[in-house]
Ligand binder design. Structure first.
Ligand code: C2O
Ligand code: CU
Length: 498
């Protein structure tokens, strides 16, 4: 694909898929609106009596960041990476004003939250992109407690420093732990002589992925001993935990014997990690916000966009909290300190025995009863098939890249079975906006890893009308077409509220 075509593809994607998506939605809704998807009006919520409001202004702008030695020019929220924590209690009204001081348009997506469509932050589907110098206010009531994050939904901006944790506390949770840490994983390339936009342009110009197409099957299973096949396309110079390199790591402190809840978020653009705490077994308690039947593990995989909450009772000493990028060279490291001892090097951390043993794949977890969708018959079945092209760096859902594929139309009120099929030799984290779906064993997820050629049927309750994105959370794949719109049939005018 030529650079010129690259520009036109990006323009198409950024400008929204209105042209291609239009026919179906307009036909179903009977609403006017020219060529298609009608973005809902922004919300203007008034707090109920007694309802708390979490309000904040978030400034997206270019900044210089110290990774713990090297400094990089990047884009960030409020000049820090990860960006500022947004923390609310379930039921609170969250009101965040984005101030765009970037030299580009942007938006904020509240990843994993089943919020009103108008606050979902997807240009072309739920809002117009916020242009440079403008503001946009997001308002929603967070329904479900859990570990979430936020990031832009424009281009490959997520692969800059634009990401931050979003925690929704459960007012009814006993909090059976002494301390809590938020651990955000990332792969880093911005400001190291290139930018994510240049990386994407190169991927498109070279016209290939490292392994997404139907290539040599013999390559499978060789990547770091995992069964994930190839997982990424980009070679990163750095891997970070909480914005820090492993050579100058973030230090997490507690007392020996304390029980700590660790909320792990993978904000990487192109990297699946295996995560472990050296010399400890971890107990997984939640994924993507929802409780699971507690499961002990030495290490676990975390795909881009996934979150896992684990608890661990800490021993006495200094331990590596380590994330190994699957199929890539490097180590992300933070240090857990409860006593004295030498700080582990990234090399020693990477050799932790927890990482050489079995690694838990999240889809094997089982749901806590409180996380299950109520029993209901399937009312509709839709397909979501992931594919790639041989000759160009182009990814697709249901046979065509975003902007050319049909929106997936679901019926309000129905239990919808989504037949997900991975027709490639790569692992892809599939993310659905506005809903948390149930795997066949009932596990609730909003982002799930589909291994090469895997087929998985998930169920969602069509209870949150709007225009939603469904895409691979490899941001390069998403931007090169592996995305689709999921729309509600006959939903009437969108007001952005519920
Ligand atoms: Cu974090 Cu559309 O996703
Ligand atoms: Cu992908």
């Amino acid at each position: 694909m030529t650079p010129t075509m690259n520009v036109s593809r990006r323009t198409l994607l950024r400008g929204g898929l209105a042209v291609a998506a239009g026919g179906l939605v307009a036909a179903c809704s009977g609403r006017p609106g020219g060529n298609g998807i009608v973005v809902p009006a922004p919300t203007a919520l008034t707090p109920r009596p007694g309802q708390s409001v979490v309000a904040k202004t978030l400034t997206a702008r270019p900044t210089t960041l110290d990774l713990g030695g090297p400094t990089v020019a990047t884009w960030a929220y409020d000049d820090i990476v990860p960006g500022p924590l947004v923390r609310a209690t379930a039921g609170d009204l969250v009101r965040i004003t984005l101030e765009n001081q970037l030299p580009d348009e942007t938006s904020v997506h509240w990843h994993g939250i089943a919020l009103p469509n108008a606050a979902d932050g997807v240009p072309g589907l739920t809002q117009k992109a916020t242009t440079s110098g403008q503001r946009f206010t997001y308002e929603f009531v967070a329904p479900d407690p859990g570990t979430y994050f936020y990031h832009p939904h424009v281009g490959v901006q997520l692969d800059r420093g634009l990401y931050a944790p979003l925690i929704v506390d459960d007012p009814h949770e006993p909090g059976a732990y002494d301390a809590e840490w938020i651990v955000v994983l990332d792969d880093w390339i911005d400001g190291t002589g290139t930018t994510p936009d240049e990386v994407l342009a190169e991927l498109i110009a070279s016209g290939r992925s490292s392994g997404g197409m139907m290539h040599d099957m013999g390559g499978m299973g060789g990547m770091g001993g995992s069964s994930l096949g190839d997982v990424g396309d980009v070679t990163y110079p750095h891997f970070l935990i909480n914005g820090r390199l492993g050579t100058a790591p973030d230090v997490l402190r507690a007392e020996p014997g304390q029980r700590v809840r660790i909320r792990v978020i993978n904000a990487a653009a192109d990297t699946v990690f295996a995560v472990a705490l050296g010399d400890h077994r971890i107990t997984v308690t939640h994924t993507d916000g929802f409780p699971v039947l507690e499961q002990e593990a030495g290490a676990l995989y975390i795909g881009m966009g996934e979150r896992y909450d684990v608890v661990v009772t800490l021993a006495d000493g200094v331990f590596p909290l380590v994330a190994r990028p699957i199929g890539k060279e490097g180590t992300a490291l933070a240090v857990v300190r409860t006593g004295s001892g030498p700080v582990p090097t990234p090399e020693r951390a990477a050799a932790s025995r927890e990482l050489t043993g079995p690694v838990l794949l999240g889809s094997r977890l089982r749901p806590a009863d409180s996380s299950r969708l109520p029993d209901k018959d399937i009312g509709q079945s839709v397909d979501l098939a992931l594919s790639g092209r041989m000759s160009t760096y182009e990814w697709a859902i249901n046979g065509a890249p975003y902007g050319e594929n049909e929106p997936i139309a679901i019926e309000p009120g129905k239990r919808v079975a989504v037949q997900m099929t991975n027709m490639t030799m790569m692992t892809h984290p599939v993310h659905l906006h506005g809903h948390t779906f149930a795997l066949s064993n009932g596990l609730r997820k909003d982002t799930v890893l589909l291994t090469p050629m895997q087929r998985m049927v998930v169920e969602l309750e069509a209870d949150n009308p709007g225009n939603w994105a469904a895409h691979c959370h490899n941001i390069y794949h998403a931007e090169a077409g592996m995305m689709a719109a999921l729309v509600y049939e006959d939903q009437g005018p969108l007001t952005g509220g519920r």
